[in-house]
Ligand binder design. Structure first.
Ligand code: MYA
Length: 478
């Protein structure tokens, strides 16, 4: 899922030397560069992409400024982790694949609501898209620990990194099972590509069913996530094949719309949100380069600034139990009606997403003395690998999920989410991350969240509607 600061050109040659291209043989058209990720976004008040990238660029590679050509300048900007404006302006990109898909053009501003194209199941091929020789499709069985482990390893080694390649998402096997097997999941939508020679899993994409509401329209959709191509097979146009194949499999079930998030800019986001980060273990975050000691601040003062209480403070605050689900379902469903883009959960789905699973998801409610549940907060556990740090391998992160309060004052939001921070700290999280979705702006500043350098684009497939502002997004994807 997610995005980041200005995408920078991928090193398209990375790894190609080791690649058995004859095996892959997938090259069509010009390789595309930008695959900047979304997720692990860094604390922008901290190690900024350009700062760290440029400081690591050897001075000898910087050309004489007086004689700079446009190419030199672009090369230099690429070394600094910056895209030239010309290349980053969305209009300048060709989108050879995306321009063939039922999505709004990059410069469109839809005003209508509805599907972009209409087909029927009879129009859809019942045979899979062809893969290059020596690769084959395989639907992954997420109830089989061995196959879960294979997806885990593919993502652990190849999934989303921040722009400076300092952090990479490390979705746990238990998390992946939870994320991919909600009510109504289908194995055929857990799409893998294996190398025929050694059976190794080299690419993946997934879909799960979810009814969504965009403005007034409720539409059955799939949420697409965990698109991943092995680093050695990048820029060979395998991603479009994965996307077309999962589209075919979803269409065969008479579903024609999808929602997904990404860090990269594609045609055409319906919303653009931003990540915020709340330090819980500032010393470690500084040691691993996620944050930076602010000017005029000592480490001691920084630690004090981010200290939280040992125990939650709101009377009636406790872990969510199974028996709470009917009340919480009403509370959250009513709340989500306020937003222009939101999931429509059944009670079963909500029970799946909010019942606490150790090391995966936590949820808490506030219950009044009359038994009525008035508030909900929740977060999921998504650590990132710290790449190449000698002291730490992992950054432990909690991500804000669905939160509701009956008293929509700033004070109440701060009390509720302040308790969420306390619970995250008790679980030894280093950082608490949140998007500026829903009413999150109400607590981000007061609770000392810092603005990240990561953006998250929200996309709809085969559905057009007017753009949604960040605080009108009522959806969090994993
Ligand atoms: S977002 C997370 C994506 N994963 C990562 O970032 C992990 C690390 N990166 C990789 O594994 C690869 O770089 C990926 C691209 C696999 C991302 N979403 O094969 P290529 C376009 C959509 O030569 P590679 C998530 O999981 C790119 O613009 N398209 O490139 C949600 C170009 O097209 P165009 C993307 O680098 C996914 C083409 O692919 C993305 O080897 C939602 C190049 O292909 C991206 N994140 O592989 C998927 N990145 O020429 C859409 C690049 O047009 C679902 N591209 O510019 C659509 C709905 C489907 C279901 C519909 C049902 C109705």
């Amino acid at each position: 899922f997610t995005m980041s600061a200005p995408p920078k050109p991928d090193d398209v040659t990375r790894g190609l030397a080791d690649l058995s291209v004859q095996d892959a043989n997938v090259t069509t058209g010009a390789p595309i560069a930008a695959t900047s990720s979304s997720a692990p976004s860094t604390d922008s008040a901290s190690a900024s992409s350009s700062a760290s990238a440029s400081s690591s660029s050897p001075a000898a590679t910087i050309p004489d400024l007086a004689n700079l050509t446009k190419e030199d300048l672009f090369k230099l900007m690429a070394q600094m982790g910056k895209r030239p404006l010309e290349a980053s302006a969305p209009q300048a990109k060709e989108y050879k694949f995306w321009n063939t898909q039922p999505v709004p053009k990059i410069d469109a501003n839809p005003t209508e609501h509805g599907p972009i194209e209409t087909k029927t199941v009879a129009d859809i091929s019942t045979s899979p898209y062809p893969l290059p020789t020596n690769f084959e499709w395989d639907s992954i069985d997420m109830t089989d620990e061995k196959q879960v482990q294979e997806v885990y390893t593919l993502l652990y080694e190849n999934y989303v990194e921040d722009d400076d390649n300092m952090f990479r998402f490390d979705y746990s096997p238990a998390f992946l099972k939870w994320a991919l097997m909600p009510p109504g999941f289908r194995r055929e939508w857990h799409v893998g590509v294996r190398s025929s020679t050694n059976r190794k899993l080299v690419a993946f994409i997934s879909g799960i069913p979810q009814k969504m509401r965009a403005y007034k329209d409720e539409v059955m959709m799939v949420e697409i996530n965990y698109l991943c191509v092995h680093k050695k097979l990048r820029a060979k146009r395998l991603a479009p094949v994965l996307i077309k194949e999962i589209t075919r499999r979803v269409n065969l079930r008479d579903i024609w719309q999808a929602v997904y998030t990404a860090g990269v800019v594609l045609p055409k986001a319906v919303a653009q949100n931003r990540y915020y980060h709340r330090s819980l273990n500032p010393k470690k975050l500084i040691d691993i380069g996620f944050s930076r000691l602010h000017r005029n601040m000592t480490m001691t003062r920084t630690i004090k600034l981010y200290k939280v209480a040992d125990q939650p403070q709101l009377p009636g605050f406790r872990q969510l139990k199974k028996e709470d689900i009917p009340q919480v379902h009403t509370l959250l469903s009513t709340y989500l009606q306020k937003f222009n883009l939101a999931p429509v959960f059944t009670e079963d789905e909500l029970a799946h997403w909010l019942t606490p699973v150790e090391g995966v998801v936590d949820a808490f409610v506030v219950q009044g003395s009359n038994g009525k549940i008035t508030d909900l907060c929740s977060f999921y556990h998504l650590p990132s690998t710290v790449i190449g740090n000698k002291n730490y391998n992992t950054m432990r992160a909690a991500y804000s999920f669905y939160n509701v309060t009956h008293l929509p004052t700033e004070e109440r939001w701060n009390d509720l989410m302040g308790d969420a921070l306390i619970m995250a700290k008790k679980l030894d999280m280093d950082v608490f991350n949140a998007l500026n979705v829903m009413e999150n702006e109400k607590f981000l500043k007061p609770l000392k969240f810092g603005e990240g350098d990561g953006y998250l684009q929200y996309y709809l497939y085969n559905w057009q509607c007017p753009a949604v502002t960040p605080n009108n997004v009522g959806l969090v994807l994993l």
